[in-house]
Design a binder for this molecule. Structure first.
Ligand SMILES: Cc1cc2nc3c(=O)[nH]c(=O)nc-3n(C[C@H](O)[C@H](O)[C@H](O)COP(=O)(O)OP(=O)(O)OC[C@H]3O[C@@H](n4cnc5c(N)ncnc54)[C@H](O)[C@@H]3O)c2cc1C
Length: 389
């Protein structure tokens, strides 16, 4: 498909649809702003689905459009340019769906992919526990099968993003009693709204409660709600992390460019752009962003669509998260003393509020989806072949 025609198609659709009752969503709901209009943002997900803009990289047999990455990139660029809001559906669309397409049974694919694609079912990720973060294999949440075959769960997950807005959670739990490490884990799909599950919000320094503790006390899910075989959950969990650190970040990059533009606008308006040291840092940020974009494209094979992640991905998480954390710091330096006073929550999409959110939330970028230290270990061991630490 012709790129410029496709670009125009996206831009026209966004202009026509991100209007009227959806207009208040422009540039809202991004990192640090997750509590903005959740119900309306779910309706927006359905609007997007209606336009055929969900599952762009999925194979056509699963209801996707099988678009090459270059066009997916164009979609994200135009989405952000138009002020498209943060996506509540991204965990389902970009993490679970590719995992189901790669490793799920046809029954699971038929059961769960349509709900994700149509913006009807929302997903959370149940990996981390109080004693299992970087060392994910230390998971202690247990699961077992009742006589009727249904799965039961007991334990606690933590830092679970958007669990309070989700219908389902994918959970890595220990199914083989007495097993340790990567062995004996299973990857279950569990409905969140049931008596055996409690969700407790955890408020972050952004002021938002984007993530939660999730407690399982005899929670139940159907016998066939398992991806892979019992005891083979580690393999599935790692495949999903490959998508988390790879293709799913395409859209996020575009938000970065919007944030950088906001920062430049503020610097021009308040005179910070005339400070040589700040000018230099702004230029370096712009150059860094081009590098991220190029590396993003390089690491995702054109023909691989939603599934191929190349070795270049090893440096990607480390690169983007540190770039973004620096951007948050730079934003505060550009704003100056005005940044020391927290912008009002009703300041909407004002630049000051938005850039403060970038500063606060970007502190978490070098933690979630693998901390800086873990990324450096991965680069050293897998990329450079150095001995395990
Ligand atoms: C905003 C946000 C959203 C999140 N959302 C989710 C979610 O939706 N679902 C989910 O399951 N999890 C989620 N997480 C959790 C995230 O995956 C964990 O925080 C992360 O894996 C780190 O684990 P931890 O917090 O237990 O820290 P720890 O693993 O305890 O690490 C503490 C410190 O020790 C260092 N460290 C640990 N091991 C090593 C090592 N081997 N070598 C060198 N240094 C080491 C770490 O780098 C870190 O600095 C989220 C986290 C954040 C911040």
């Amino acid at each position: 498909m012709d790129e410029s025609r496709f670009r125009k198609e996206v831009a026209d659709w966004m202009a026509a649809h991100l209007s009227g009752r959806f207009a208040c969503l422009k540039h809202r709901g991004g990192p640090g702003d997750e509590e903005a209009w959740p119900a309306l943002r779910k309706e927006w997900e359905q609007e997007l689905a209606g336009g055929g803009w969900v599952g762009l990289g999925w194979p056509q047999e699963h209801g996707g459009r099988e678009l090459p990455l270059s066009l997916q990139m164009v979609f994200h660029e135009e989405y952000v340019r138009a002020g498209g809001p943060g996506r509540i559906g991204h965990i389902g669309e970009t993490l679970l769906a590719p995992t189901l397409i790669a490793l799920g049974t046809p029954e699971l694919q038929r059961r769960f992919l349509p709900g994700i694609r149509e913006g009807r079912e929302y997903w959370a990720q149940g990996y981390s526990e109080p004693g299992a973060g970087s060392d994910l294999a230390a998971i202690t949440t247990r699961c077992w099968q009742d006589e009727d075959g249904n799965w039961r769960l007991q334990g606690q997950k933590v830092w679970t993003s958007l669990a309070h807005e989700s219908d389902w959670i994918f959970v890595v739990a220990r199914s083989t009693p007495g097993s340790v490490g990567r062995e004996g884990l299973s990857f279950l799909l569990v409905p969140l709204r049931q008596p055996g599950i409690e969700i407790h919000p955890i408020r972050q320094m952004t002021g938002e409660a984007e993530f939660n503790s999730v407690f399982f006390d005899g929670a139940v899910t159907a016998a066939d709600c398992i991806v892979g075989k019992p005891g083979e959950g580690w393999k599935v969990a790692m495949a999903l992390l490959g998508f988390e650190r790879g293709v799913s970040t395409l859209g996020q990059q575009m938000h970065f460019s919007h944030e950088l533009q906001l920062l430049v606008d503020v610097a021009r308006a308040n005179g910070a752009a005339r400070d040589p040291a700040l000018r230099q840092r702004i230029a370096a940020a712009w150059i860094g962003l081009q590098g991220l974009r190029d590396n993003g494209l390089r690491m995702l094979e054109e023909d691989g669509g939603a599934t191929a992640v190349r070795a270049e991905a090893l440096i990607y998480k480390y690169a983007w998260s540190n770039w973004h954390r620096e951007l948050g710091q730079l934003a505060m330096d550009v704003i100056g003393v005005a940044g020391d006073v927290r912008a009002a929550d009703d300041a909407g999409s004002d630049a000051l509020r938005r850039l403060q959110q970038v500063f606060f939330f970007s502190r978490a970028d070098t933690i979630y989806a693998g901390t800086n230290e873990i990324q450096l270990n991965i680069i050293a061991e897998r990329g450079l072949g150095m001995p395990r630490g």
